[in-house]
Design a protein around this ligand. Structure first.
Ligand code: ADP
Ligand code: MG
Length: 234
């Protein structure tokens, strides 16, 4: 089964008297463990696609299937549960709470899902170790580097064991070396947890670390092509 399937998704925003089409009949299927890069010029609709896939915005038409469930048919309460349990979201700026330690950032998200604090703490420690932050569990955001904060952000998105991971320009605030290590970490996460991953990136350099690349242009999405082909074509 595909973990994420967008079928004929169209999204229009109000624009003055009329409408502007941010997503134009977009189709995309992502399988468990598949890592897709999403590239395209600014304003082409990449973030809109992620917001629709994350079920944060309902498309004007079309279906958004998450782990076999049509999110567009759900009511808000069921939709919130689907999003909480199945979708991990990682944006450019790690939105960490200033007063919490790295471990607490993770634990609180699981606790809000009704997990016991003890179980959440165990999983938080495992994930912090996986992202290379075993030594930073007790540090607060201001004591962490930009790259470390993004790693906390990634670990936090994995707490619920999501089926789908949506990542918007995760390296935009990082230098080259840290960017490479963040994309490398996302590759490991995708493989180890078998999560379907879509990453928006302006940095085509990291595309070869992913399986396939799809290009957005004026709201339309090309079919994904194998990432290795793009690497050899350059
Ligand atoms: P990208 O992430 O590729 O830069 P976006 O998805 O952010 O593109 O934007 C696609 C288009 O939709 C742009 O023309 C943008 O101005 C427009 N847009 C994005 N969000 C909104 C919104 N909330 N209301 C109206 N228009 C929007
Ligand atoms: Mg964007």
């Amino acid at each position: 089964m595909t973990a994420l399937n967008l079928i004929n998704v169209t999204l229009q925003y109000p624009d003055g008297e009329g409408l502007m089409t941010a997503l134009d009949t977009v189709n995309l299927a992502v399988h468990p463990g598949q890592f897709i890069s999403l590239v395209g010029p600014s304003g082409s609709g990449k973030s809109s696609l992620l917001a629709v896939a994350a079920t944060l915005i309902k498309p004007t038409s079309g279906l958004v299937m998450i782990d076999g469930v049509d999110a567009t048919a759900l009511r808000e309460k069921e939709l919130a549960a689907l999003r909480r349990d199945k979708v991990g979201i990682i944006f450019q700026q790690p939105n960490l709470l200033a007063s919490l330690t790295a471990a607490e950032q993770l634990i609180i998200t699981d606790h809000l899902r009704g997990k016991s604090l003890r179980a959440a703490a165990v999983r938080a420690n495992e994930l912090l170790e996986m992202v290379g932050l075993a030594d930073c569990a007790k540090k607060r955001p201001h004591q962490l580097s930009g790259g470390q904060r993004q790693r906390v952000n990634i670990a936090r998105a994995l707490m619920a064991q999501p089926k789908v991971l949506l990542v918007d320009e995760p390296t935009a605030a990082l230098d080259h070396e840290r960017s490479a290590s963040i994309v490398g970490l996302l590759r490991e996460v995708c493989d180890q947890f078998n999560v379907a991953t879509v990453m928006v990136t302006h940095d085509t350099e990291f595309v070869p670390l992913t399986d396939a690349v799809a290009t957005m242009l004026d709201g339309a999405l090309t079919a994904p092509v194998p990432a290795m082909e793009t690497a050899s074509a350059r």
